[in-house]
Every structure is written in C-alpha cells, then in structure tokens.
Design a binder for this molecule. Structure first.
Ligand SMILES: Cc1ncc(COP(=O)(O)O)c(C=O)c1O
Length: 376
C-alpha cells in the first residue's frame, strides 16, 4: 500500500470509479511538471507534438492499435460525445442509436440529447446478467438492430455491472448489418487485454486514469480509417483543418502532464507483468465478493466468462437512489470503506473492485459494515 498515494486507513474498493495513483507514477508526473515549468513555452509551443506522438506510439503498441487513428481526449465522456457530435449531422429524423441497459449514464444523456436535436430514437437492448454465452449476448443486442440503426454504442466493461462484453463478436455482428460501433472502453485499458486491430470497432475510447493508473484524467480515442475525416474535436482551434491528430492535439491550452505520464504508468505495470496482475486482481475480487455475498445471504451474478476486476453483489432488497447514496456515505464515514451502489434491472448491488493494493481484510470490513447498516 505504501506504493500508492491512497490513505492506508481506507478499504478502497472503488478503483474503477476514478483510478488511484501509484507513488512511482506520481513521482514521474512531478518530474514532468517541473521539466515543463522550467520553460512552459518550450514545452507547449515546440516540444509537445513530438512528445504526444511518442505517448501515442507507446499506447498504440499496448493496445495493438493503429497510431495514425489514435487521438487524445480529456476523458471517456469527451470521447463518446466527440463521436456522437461528429456523426449526428448525418442522422435523419426516425434514425436510431442503439445502446444497452448496461451503458454509462453519461452516454445515455448524450444519446438522448442527439435524439432531441436530430429527432432520432434511442433504442435500448436488454442484456440479462444471467447470460452465459457470448452468442447470447450478441443476439440480445443485435436483435434490436433495424434498418434505421445508425450507430451501436456498447461497453467493453460496463460501469454498473462490471460485465465484460464480447466486443469483437458484437462488432462483427453489427458490421454484418452495416451498423458502425462505438465501444465505450472506459474501463478496458489495463483491466483486460485489448487488441484493437482484432476488435475492428469504428470508434473505441478508453480511459487511462482508471486501470492504467496514469494521473487523472486522460483518454485515448481510436478511430477506424473510414471515419478519420468525419470525426472532429468538440473544440476547434488553430489546427482544426490540418488533419485528425493536429486538430485533437491542440484544442487550446491544457495541462499535458496527465498524458505525458502515461508511459510511466505503463512501466509501473510492465515491471510486474499484466497477466500476473490481472490474475491477482481477479482472485482478490472473486474471493472478496463471495465473502460479502455470503455475509448478506445474496449472490454475485455474472458468469466467469464475462468477469474481470469488478464484481457486483446483490443487496437483499432494492434501494432507492437516495438510500444507495446514504449507504455509500455511511460506509465511508463509519467504516472507512469506499464502494459504489448500483441499480440495475430493478435490483440494487454493491460494486467492488480488485486492485493490487487491496487485501482480504478490505472486503471483510465491507461485509461487516454493510451487514450492520442493512440490519439497522
Ligand atoms: C463505462 C464508462 N463510460 C464512461 C465513463 C466516463 O469516464 P470519465 O468520467 O472519465 O469521462 C465511465 C466512468 O466511470 C464509465 O464507467
């Protein structure tokens, strides 16, 4: 735990929400900041494009992506908004944007906004937590495709459920119907292995501050060749018309340290080995979630094939949104335990994560605290 900036007194089971910073990455980011501040003009006006290219190249290798189609965005929210905003002018009244009932709330807000502006419909596919084969997940989504579907937005790993979607199969099936796919991969970089060339999504956006643990916040948006002249940043600046990366690399003055520190974060994980890390994360969260479910007398849904480092544990009774927020606050204040309460498919769940700084004791504290709170 001393390798991380987290308060050691907190059982921090909410890594998926905002990530957390390893000491080594914080040190590297501070060095970068000091380097920048010695001559901001030199860094911002002259060296930045080359430095961003270097980070892009390293990330493209990490994600098996085509560096030529990768741009940086402030966060996943900006990435999905960027794609929707660029595509929306081509949507006509009655067209449909297909999402799932695992999607992130911000994405639902964005598609709703497009629906209002363009008189399109947002269609929502129901993906039951009990599904156990990738083919059934693909079918649950693709059966909602119609001739009016202009875009499918699907999660790589869903926020409210931790469900790992078989994105490669989903993209292939959507393409068979001529439907482009935006993958909301906010949780994917680091938490799972990603082969963007194989996934072949039209658009894929992943956060780097969550499971890669670079400083908050930055994200990478990968755009397939056929869309590179369509996708433009939300904010136009000097180089808007010069080309894809030129337009995104400068959208006005920003703090580049978060992006420039990404290689230090990748180095941190490379040293331990991603496969070993992922096995450790899964073992921690599998054991921990099972203990919490046993204490509550409930279950941990979602089959092993669709699990990574986040689990949801069913609560004995559904809670209102306010009750869920109260539980989160009370767990933090009384027991120093951080989790998220999620509401999906008319049930409520506690979402826990497994990160290498966690211990079995963290989940035991949650089990004890939650049992007390729910009994009182
Ligand atoms: C699936 C998903 N998409 C998008 C986001 C938005 O990420 P950010 O707040 O970094 O933009 C999140 C954040 O948790 C998420 O879980």
């Amino acid at each position: 735990m001393s390798d991380w900036l987290l308060d050691p007194d907190i059982a921090y089971l909410n890594h998926g929400a905002f990530g957390a910073l390893p000491q080594a990455v914080a040190d590297a980011a501070l060095d970068l900041r000091l380097m920048m501040e010695r001559c901001p003009t030199d860094l911002m006006a002259r060296r930045l494009p080359r430095l961003l290219d270097d980070v892009r190249g390293r990330l493209a290798e990490f994600l098996s992506a085509d560096a030529a189609g990768c741009v940086f965005v402030a966060n996943a929210t900006t990435g999905t908004a960027t794609v929707l905003n660029s595509l929306a002018p081509s949507f006509e009244a009655g067209d449909e944007v297909l999402i799932t009932d695992h999607r992130y709330g911000a994405v639902a807000s964005q598609t709703a906004r497009v629906s209002t502006d363009r008189e399109t419909a947002t269609v929502c596919a129901h993906v039951p937590l009990s599904l156990s084969s990738p083919g059934d997940v693909v079918a649950a989504i693709i059966e909602r495709v119609t001739p009016r579907t202009k875009l499918l937005v699907v999660d790589a790993i869903a926020s409210p459920t931790g469900f790992v979607f078989p994105v490669q199969q989903i993209v292939a099936a959507a393409h068979d119907h001529g439907v482009p796919v935006l993958v909301d991969a906010a949780h994917a970089p680091g938490q799972i292995a990603n082969d963007l060339a194989a996934i072949d999504a039209d658009f894929w956006v992943g956060n780097l501050h969550k499971w890669v643990c670079s400083p908050r916040a930055s994200a990478i948006l990968s755009i397939a060749p056929r869309w590179r002249s369509t996708i433009r940043p939300l904010v136009a600046s000097h180089h808007f018309d010069l080309g894809l990366q030129e337009a995104f690399d400068w959208t006005g003055t920003f703090d580049p340290v978060n992006v420039l520190a990404v290689p230090a974060a990748l180095d941190f994980w490379d040293a331990a080995g991603w496969d070993a890390i992922r096995r450790q994360q899964r073992a921690l969260v599998d054991d921990g979630a099972a203990k919490v479910a046993a204490a509550l007398g409930t279950q941990v849904p979602i089959t092993d094939a669709f699990r990574a480092a986040m689990r949801i544990i069913e609560l004995p009774t559904p809670l209102s949104r306010e009750q869920g927020l109260d539980i989160e606050g009370l767990l933090a204040a009384r027991y120093q335990v951080e989790i998220s309460v999620m509401h999906v498919h008319d049930k409520s769940f506690v979402r826990v994560c497994g990160q290498i700084y966690n211990t079995a004791d963290d989940y035991e504290r949650l089990a004890a605290g939650l049992s007390e709170l729910l009994e009182s």
